[in-house]
Design a protein around this ligand. Structure first.
Ligand code: PMP
Ligand code: GLN
Length: 383
């Protein structure tokens, strides 16, 4: 029979799904796949339940409910001083994943180069390639994961269409500094390139502050800013994404969205619209809680013999297991789930460039009880 598309048919199952399945099989504490436990705001869930009756269950407007687009524009004004026209500069998608795919389809012409920093979130490279893009990969290096300015500058050229910038960064937990963002902004302007800014962890900054690249001089019309209610409200299963960009960029992304998902469940959109209007205390409270959880897991990992690398945001900690095992990262994770009953994700899964660094990612967005149980299971590893 005829071959299928090799770029898609040849892909493996995502590491998140694989590790979650393994965790279930072994009754392990699942700190692999990044999803929060016990953090869903009851008010948000109640708002969705009531919206199922009041807003209805049919197709909402294709670009998103006006209430949510307005709330997203107000949110961006409140937190970042951005001045977005909700009618022409805000789009609701079915998760950031759909937003990314729609953006790639809308921006990339076959042969365009796209700069991606590795380690990178798993959906970027396959979808960039399927859209016809040619990835130019620039590696970040442990332990500070600083922007490699020389290599980054060298990756830009006349075919560069955009840079994919994820900050706060999954899996590294790195928040790019103003100085690094300023450097990126200069490169984009010099090479007439765009930036696709994956900012889904914008409110999960535990040290420092998040500044969207879009707020930097000259960047307003070069950036596509992507957020996710899944992260901001700890409801990853909802898949409500938000895209902000100038009309020239958002127009084509909206065209792609109309044939990818077309719309997003209206009751969930209505609830997110309500949540985005909550006082600042909700947003700082989320970061405060996660800061405590990170401290708990860091302590547990250190007691288990891991060396925790510094990080500033997201749900994740990267830890070095060199003193515990010589196994390569994937084998170590399989061993950890079997022998210790704790699931993690190998950092190597976020890179196409082979890497044997003994680094794994743990998710700390869990209840205190779950983290205490993980710590209890990890402790014997050190002895
Ligand atoms: N980008 C990053 C960096 C992520 O970690 C995730 C998911 N967790 C996504 C995008 C996808 O977000 P969503 O669940 O809203 O599709
Ligand atoms: N973003 C989540 C993580 O990094 C997983 C999302 C998914 O499973 N697709 O773990």
């Amino acid at each position: 029979m005829k071959a299928l598309n090799p770029g898609i048919a040849g892909l493996g199952t995502t590491i998140f799904e694989t590790m979650s399945r393994l965790a279930t099989e072994h009754g392990a504490v699942n700190l692999g796949q990044g999803f929060p436990e016990g953090l869903e705001p009851p008010g948000l869930v109640a708002a969705a339940i009531s919206a199922f009756a009041s807003v209805g269950n049919q197709y909402p407007p294709m670009p998103g409910l006006p209430a949510l687009r307005r709330a997203a524009a107000e949110h961006d004004s409140r937190f970042y001083g951005l001045d977005l026209d909700w009618r022409t500069e805000v789009l609701v998608t079915s998760g950031a994943t759909e937003a990314l795919a729609a953006t790639f389809l809308a921006l990339i012409e076959p042969g365009d180069e796209v700069i991606v920093l590795e380690p990178a979130y798993d959906s970027y490279l396959p979808m960039i390639r399927r859209a016809g893009g040619v990835p130019r990969i620039v590696r970040l290096a442990a332990p500070a994961w600083s922007l490699p300015r020389r290599e980054l500058a060298a990756a830009f050229g006349p075919r560069t269409k955009f840079l994919l910038l994820n900050s706060p960064h999954n899996p590294l937990g790195k928040v790019f500094t103003d100085d690094e963002l300023g450097f990126v902004a200069e490169l984009l302007a010099r090479h007439d390139a765009y930036a696709v800014c994956d900012e889904v962890y914008e409110h999960i900054v535990l040290d420092g502050t998040h500044r969207p690249l879009m707020t930097f001089p000259g960047m307003r019309d070069r950036c596509i800013r992507i957020g996710s209610a899944g992260k901001t409200f700890s409801v990853t299963g909802w898949k409500v994404g938000i895209v902000a960009a100038c009309p020239r960029l958002l127009g084509p992304v909206t065209k792609a969205h109309q044939y990818l998902a077309f719309s997003t469940p209206p009751a969930l959109q209505a609830a997110v619209a309500e949540g985005l209007g909550w006082p600042n205390a909700y947003f700082t409270g989320l970061a405060d809680t996660l800061r405590q959880r990170k401290a708990l897991l860091s302590e547990g990992l250190a007691e288990g013999g891991f060396r925790v690398l510094p990080s500033d945001g997201t749900y994740f900690i990267v830890a070095d297991y060199a003193t515990l095992s010589d196994l390569p990262p994937m084998e170590f994770c399989a061993w950890l789930v079997r022998e210790a009953g704790v699931a993690a994700v190998p950092l190597s899964a976020f890179s196409e460039t082979p890497t044997a660094d003994p680094l794994v990612r743990f998710c700390f967005a869990k209840t205190e009880a779950t983290l205490a149980e993980a710590a209890r299971r990890l402790k014997p590893l050190a002895s």
